[in-house]
Design a protein around this ligand. Structure first.
Ligand code: ADP
Ligand code: MG
Length: 202
């Protein structure tokens, strides 16, 4: 479940050993190809699964992971889920979709840390898309990162890695042909992210 955190942990341990993670992974990816061991190019990695994946069920699992970890005392964070049961069914990979939602939700929790507030997760379907909206009433996205927030390495957090939204975009858009977008919430000044996936065909 908590693969985002464990990939961060792996990067932290690389940092402790004084290895720059990006440089280390480039070396791993490039060197066999440059020795001619991959005539057809480097292996592409396991393709995303394409199976009917209930987004309500995915959201339920991710929220169940976060709920016991939310601040409850001085500055409580309230997390709600609105979904039509376990659906709608996206055509996708349940594990990857969980990672993407986890990264977006983690940012909402971070945004409310020390001030409290509400996070609302809403799962819906349109004619051809299954959607997860994550809306918080925190401070919103700082102006200086609004145009680049999905790029790797962009962070406003001390000690941040800036990989959460890059990972989420890769999963939603490259692996699923979906779309992830950000918009400010007019009423509160908070942030809303929308993750859209193609619907599974019946
Ligand atoms: N819900 C949110 N509220 C406010 N800022 C956010 C939110 N989600 C993302 N951000 C901004 O986007 C940046 C990039 O997020 P991310 O890629 O997950 O990296 P990280 O969490 O390591 O900073 C964050 O540093 C923050 O400035
Ligand atoms: Mg993050």
């Amino acid at each position: 479940m908590n693969i985002v955190a464990s990939s961060v942990a792996a990067m932290c341990s690389a940092r402790r050993r004084n290895i720059r993670p990006a440089a280390a992974s480039v070396a791993i990816i490039v060197s066999p190809a440059s020795r001619g061991e991959w005539p057809a190019g480097p292996p592409a990695g396991r393709p995303a699964r394409r199976e009917p994946t209930g987004l309500g069920a995915v959201a339920e699992r991710v929220i169940a992971y976060f709920r016991p970890r939310l601040p409850t005392l001085a500055h409580p964070v309230h997390l709600t889920l609105t979904a039509p049961g376990s659906g709608p069914l996206a055509n996708g990979d349940p594990v990857l979709i969980e990672w993407a939602l986890e990264a977006v939700l983690k940012n909402a929790v971070d945004a409310l840390s020390g001030r409290g507030g509400a996070i609302d997760v809403v799962v819906t379907a349109t004619a051809d898309r299954a959607r997860i909206q994550v809306r918080d009433d925190g401070p919103g996205i700082p102006i200086e990162v609004r145009n680049t927030l999905f790029e790797p390495g962009v962070t406003t957090k001390q000690g941040g890695w800036g990989i959460g939204l890059a990972l989420a975009r890769r999963i939603v858009e490259q692996q699923h042909g979906g779309r992830i977008t950000y918009q400010p919430v007019a009423e509160t000044g908070g942030a809303e992210f929308v993750l859209e996936f193609p619907l599974a065909r019946p």
